[in-house]
Each structure stands twice: as C-alpha cells, then as structure tokens.
Design a protein around this ligand. Structure first.
Ligand SMILES: Cc1cc2nc3c(=O)[nH]c(=O)nc-3n(C[C@H](O)[C@H](O)[C@H](O)COP(=O)(O)OP(=O)(O)OC[C@H]3O[C@@H](n4cnc5c(N)ncnc54)[C@H](O)[C@@H]3O)c2cc1C
Length: 483
C-alpha cells in the first residue's frame, strides 16, 4: 500500500462524506474475511489482513469516486454486497484494503410485469425482491440457500445458482442487463434486450468477476409466474448413490425439467433426512410451473423411477417440509457459530461439476483420496456429497465434510479445512471436471486456476490487464496470487 492508513481514511471521508466511512475494529474485522474463515471468526480470532476502512456506498457516483481514488493511489479494493461469500473472496488480500460495500445501494428500481423483468441496485437482498414479487404472483426463480442475506450484486459477481436451477437456470440464464463501474471510473451499462448477436456477450465479463474487474452497481433479471400451488414433490430411497444419480440423469436427459433435482449419498442423506433415510441414498424432485406441465412431469418422474426396482417412495410431505427450511438467514448462522464454539465441530463444503460419465468415478476418487491421504481422518465425522444442479450433459457434486477440531482455532484452517478442500479439488481437476460449480474461486482455489482453464487461461489474464491494469481489484482473488 502506498498511502498511510490515516491518510486513506481522511481522503475517503473527504471524497464521499464522513457518514459513509466505517473504521471501528469490529466492522473492519468482520469485513476483512468471509465464511472460509468461519471457525476462527466464531472464536473472535481474525487472521486476515485488516482493511483500512469500509465505505458504504450509496450511489454509483460514490463507487466511481472511490474506485478512481484507489486506482490513482494503487490501493486494493474489495467489493462487497451481502457478505455471504464462502471461498475467501471477501478476505482482504493485503492490509489497509478499502472494502467497498454496496449494501446501502438497495433500491428496487423497477418491476416490469409486462416485459417480465426487474431492475434493482446491487445491494438489494434477493429475499426482499422475492417478497415484493411474490405479492404480485411473480418470482425471479433464483433461490440460493443464502437468499435471506445474499444481494443481487454479489449473486451476479459469483455466478450463483439456486435450488430451482434445473428449471430456471443459474444467474447467467436470469441476468438481462447490468451496470458496472471499472477501476478508472468508467461506467458500463448493458441494455435490456431478450437476445442479441452483436459480438461476444459482454455480460459475462462482469458476471463471475468476483470483484476483480469491476463493481456491479445495477442488475436486471428475468421474472416468471409464481405458481407454488401446482408444485409436486417426490422423494425416493435408493440403494446406492450411483443409482440415484443415474435416475437423475435419466429424468434430465429424457427432456424433463423439474425445478429441483437432487441426489444424496448415503452419508449426506443421513444428516439431512435423519428420520426416514434408512441408511440409503435419496433422490428428490420438485415439479414446478403451470398445472398441465407439473402433472405431466410428475407422471414422467414416477414412470422413470419405476424402472429402478429397488426404490422406495417416501411421503411427499416429508420432502415439502424439508424444503421449506433450507435457506440460511442470520439465525442459522448465529446458531452455527455458537455450536462451533461449544462443540468444536466444524463443517465445510466443496462444490464441483463434471459430465455424467465422470460423476460416479469422481465421487469414489475424491472420497477415497480424502480417506487415504488426509492425515487426521479419524477426526472426520461425516464425508459425503449430493448432486443439486443438473444439466443435459452433467451435474454438480457438492462434497460435504464435518470434523472435530482437535487443535487450536488458529491451526484449524491448515490442519483440516484446506487439506480436505485441496484433495477434493485435486481429484476434480484430475478427472477433467470444474473445481468451482457455484461458489466461485475466491482466494482458496486460485492455486488451480490455470489447470481449470487450460489453454484459455490467458484470456482471463488479458481481461485483468485490460480492465484493472494497476491490479487494485480484490487482489489474490480468482487470479493467481501476485508473487
Ligand atoms: C449459508 C449459505 C448458503 C449458500 N448457498 C448458496 C447457494 O445455494 N448457491 C450459491 O450460488 N451460493 C450460495 N452461497 C454462497 C454465496 O451466498 C453466494 O456466493 C452469493 O452469490 C454471494 O452474494 P453476496 O451478496 O453475499 O456477495 P458477497 O459475499 O458480498 O461477495 C461475494 C464475492 O463477490 C464480490 N462482490 C460482491 N459484491 C460485488 C459487486 N457489487 N460487484 C463486484 N463484485 C462484488 C466480492 O468481492 C466477493 O468476491 C451460500 C452461502 C452461505 C453462507
């Protein structure tokens, strides 16, 4: 950093006004990390470099001013929206970074039920938008489990995906238009059109940039009719995970698009469906949409599952009830924090993807690799996976692992979390899958970013050089760390 902390703060105050600058220690500490460091955070230990200030931007003009200032003085900027990042994207890569918080830019600008699109500022919480929409019989179709807290800017910046993705797609299928500010202060707006063939799709430069190229300030997403009264829920116990993934595949490749299609390994099913899993794998579907479609889709799901003789259908109410409590608001996060401190138990996830043909092998390889090569395997109390987002050519695997922390909180990351995470990622890239299905790369998967992109990695580097030549945007995120 080329400027003293007090001068950074003084300048920021004069640029955007005292009332938008936060420098108290608790705010700086909480704003300098994310859930990758949740275990130390729960113990009140902050190991990431501390930010100099948090700027709560209230307008695009504020964002422009802060970026121009940071760019001129080569100060690192960490853009932030809902603060639910899981892979270190919010961690300050260097001390005295400026956290540029978009949460106060929270206006719903326009809901347009005729053209079926809604335009919002980056800091609008998805659940807030959904609540307004549902009163009008509409939905975005986006439902990540972080919906009560995640905001539209962050959801676009990470290429997020929701629980109803098989029907509505990921954020890349929902995003219509977008506005973003680049480090030199230029504002780029991409207009709302249904489709165009006017060169490469520029939305994809902003989408998934994880705060490394620009700050997203406004987002327009598609809208759909909200018809939960037509939903049909299906759940089946299946002898093994490979067969339940095969059932998923058959439903999808046969052309059906249930909004939810999930399959749980036996271990993962045990923790999610404790009262009815019977030690088996579970496959779940929700048919959603107009009545005629959900009925036809429900019949097709039953017909396909019937071809697998050893399946047992569970009461649809159990699945419906389970779904109604899947999202994570502040209450669940606070409980998890208290539990981690009280029990020394900790759990993390790694979400990856691969073609259908690679999924059973990837699952076996990753699980057996962790069992073989993770030295503290005796402390691992659960290791499993589920598939929660499926496509015509493949699906994701969401690996889940819990362990008892038998070291100091400061040692937890290096002793447990990072080694297990790394083994799963190594197995994924080895088999030719993607190491990041929907949480982004953050700061903890950058080690494999070249392997992930192979011969196209240079294109990512060219984007960085072109849009952030001074390298002030979220250093050490998405791109390989600076030497
Ligand atoms: C309990 C829980 C459940 C989750 N479930 C899901 C899920 O189902 N699906 C899913 O996809 N993800 C999920 N996540 C991950 C997380 O919610 C998503 O990555 C989400 O998109 C982050 O949005 P946010 O507003 O919280 O962004 P933040 O956490 O604030 O930021 C995320 C990243 O984007 C950058 N960024 C933030 N705002 C901007 C901006 N305006 N412009 C440019 N860059 C920006 C940040 O620098 C950071 O790198 C979950 C997280 C938690 C904690």
């Amino acid at each position: 950093m080329s400027m003293a902390r007090e001068d950074i703060v003084k300048n920021l105050k004069s640029i955007v006004g005292d009332n938008k600058i936060y420098t108290d220690l608790p705010t700086l500490q909480e704003s300098s990390r994310d859930r990758f460091l949740k275990y130390t955070g729960a113990h009140g230990i902050y190991v990431a470099p501390l930010a100099s200030a948090v700027v709560k931007a209230e307008s695009v003009e504020d964002v422009v001013k802060v970026l121009k200032f940071a760019n001129e003085h080569s100060l690192n900027v960490v853009p932030r929206s809902g603060g639910t990042a899981t892979e270190g994207g919010l961690e300050c890569g260097v001390v005295d970074s400026i956290v540029l918080d978009c949460a106060s830019m929270n206006k719903i600008i326009k809901i347009d039920p005729y053209n079926m699109q809604a335009t919002v500022q980056a800091g609008v919480v998805l659940e807030t938008l959904e609540e307004d929409l549902r009163k009008m019989g509409l939905t975005t179709g986006h439902s990540p489990q972080s919906k009560p807290q995640a905001q539209l800017g962050g959801l676009v910046a990470t290429r997020s995906i929701g629980q109803f993705s098989t029907l509505y797609g990921g954020i890349e299928d929902m995003l219509v238009g977008v506005e973003a500010v680049f480090p030199d202060g230029r504002i780029a707006r991409i207009k709302n059109v249904p489709r165009r063939a006017a060169g490469p799709d520029l939305r994809h430069i902003m989408m998934g940039n994880e705060g490394t190229l620009c700050v997203i300030t406004e987002v327009t997403v598609k809208l759909f009719k909200y018809m939960p009264e037509n939903n049909k829920y299906y759940g089946y116990l299946v002898d093994d995970f490979a067969t339940s993934v095969e059932i998923l595949r058959e439903v999808i490749v046969s052309g059906y698009r249930p909004s939810v299609s999930r399959s749980y390994s036996e271990e993962d099913a045990r923790q999610h469906f404790a009262h009815f899993h019977k030690g088996k794998s579970i496959v779940i579907f929700v048919a959603e949409g107009p009545k005629g479609i959900t009925e036809a889709m429900g019949d097709a799901i039953e017909e396909i599952v019937a071809k697998y003789p050893k399946t047992e259908q569970v009461d649809s109410k159990l699945i419906e009830t389970w779904f109604s409590d899947l999202c994570w608001g502040e209450d669940k996060i606070a409980k998890e924090k208290a539990d981690m401190v009280a029990t020394k138990m900790c759990g993390f996830t790694v979400e990856v993807s691969a073609e259908w043909s690679k999924i059973p092998q990837l699952y076996t390889n990753a699980i057996s690799r962790v069992k073989k090569d993770f030295p503290r395997i005796k402390d691992v109390t659960m290791l499993g996976a589920h598939s929660s987002h499926s496509y015509q050519n493949g699906t994701n695997l969401y690996f889940v692992f819990d362990y008892k922390v038998e070291c100091t909180p400061e040692e937890e990351l290096a002793t447990y979390h990072y080694p297990i995470h790394s083994l799963i990622i190594e197995e994924t890239v080895k088999i030719g899958g993607s190491m990041a299905h929907h949480h982004g790369v953050g700061k903890y998967r950058t080690e494999w970013i070249e392997e992930e992109h192979g011969s196209s990695y240079f294109m990512l580097e060219v984007l960085k050089k072109a849009f952030d030549p001074k390298g002030i945007m979220n250093v050490n995120t998405l791109y390989k760390p600076k030497k």
